[in-house]
Design a protein around this ligand. Structure first.
Ligand SMILES: O=C(O)CCC(=O)C(=O)O
Length: 295
């Protein structure tokens, strides 16, 4: 597997950054986010995992070591009970607005960035490899504008064997590929064997961020560590003038409403931050998911 191309050298070259983004469909940026911000969120998520009995007794929760024999998979009820608590974490949502991230995205879009509010955490248990995220394109799930970009980052170092992400550079330039039902996040997969692209992946260090276009094919790598959880976040962004669907501004999974999520937050800064912006909403279509059923 090729490594990611590192694009930090383009952070001061807006046109070069946009050109790489257009060509490859992704940008890999080392050390973009300070470790303290990540650790702060990781600690809160792992405390919730510990309270649920998911972590090895006696180990430091920050190690993220799964309790022997314990494995939970999204969207089983036991998983979702913890997930709902994660969804209430103010710092998890605030991290999506990190100034370093927004600065790169403003450059990429050439206009102010609209962070989607539908922020996602992944808690991937070791050795649950059948549920590894299948190859897919985010657009099918998100819709709105294809010029939506995902920021994916682990909340600690994440070598490939701990289940980081891989991308097919250039695959965003050929539109949407047919999908079929699959296990793992999103539930829809693409057959990639015949595509004329080569997978790329690298080990992540805490602070590294992978940004990618909504048409770029990507997948999770299996978490084959004996006992480590992979904890990561994925956030989505677009230029504020571009169309979006209402769901992009709703809580992920929709089990809680914003009022429930916001109750107890210290600050109102990132609550309903999109209200008052001149957003243009479009309909979400189930056509891609229906096509998977038919296929
Ligand atoms: O973290 C994962 O396994 C899936 C993430 C993903 O596919 C995404 O962010 O679009």
């Amino acid at each position: 597997m090729n490594g990611f191309v590192i694009s930090n050298d383009l952070l001061t070259q807006p046109e070069g950054l946009r050109q790489r983004a257009r060509e490859d469909g992704y940008l890999f940026l080392r050390g973009l986010i300070d470790r303290a911000s990540l650790q702060h969120v990781r600690r809160q998520i792992l405390d919730l995992c510990a309270e649920a009995g998911w972590l090895a007794p006696g180990a430091d929760p920050m190690e993220g070591i799964a309790a022997p024999g314990v494995r939970h998979i999204e969207p089983e009820p036991a998983f979702m009970a913890v997930y709902d608590r994660v969804m209430r974490l103010e710092d998890f949502h605030a991290l999506a607005h990190h100034p370093s991230l927004i600065a790169v995205l403003d450059t990429l879009f050439g206009e102010p960035t609209l962070p989607h509010a539908r922020n996602i955490t992944r808690i991937i248990f070791p050795q649950a490899t059948a549920f590894t995220t299948p190859a897919h394109q985010d657009y099918v799930h998100i819709q709105g504008t294809p010029e939506t970009w995902t920021a994916w980052m682990p909340l600690a170092d994440c070598p490939q064997e701990q289940g980081s992400l891989a991308v097919l550079p250039g695959s965003h330039r050929q539109g949407l590929y047919p999908v079929h039902r699959a296990l793992g996040a999103g539930g829809l997969g693409i057959d990639t064997e015949a595509l004329p692209f080569a997978w790329a992946a690298s080990d992540f260090e805490a602070g590294d961020v992978l940004l990618f276009h909504s048409h770029l094919v990507h997948k999770g790598l299996p978490n084959v560590t004996p006992d480590r959880l992979r904890i990561s976040v994925d956030y989505r962004y677009q230029g504020v003038s571009q169309p979006l669907v209402e769901d992009s501004m709703r809580p992920h999974y929709g089990q809680l409403c914003w009022e429930e999520i916001y109750s107890g937050w210290q600050s109102a800064r990132y609550q309903y931050y999109w209200r008052g912006l001149p957003l243009s909403f479009v309909e979400w279509t189930p056509q891609y998911h229906r096509a998977a059923e038919d296929g």
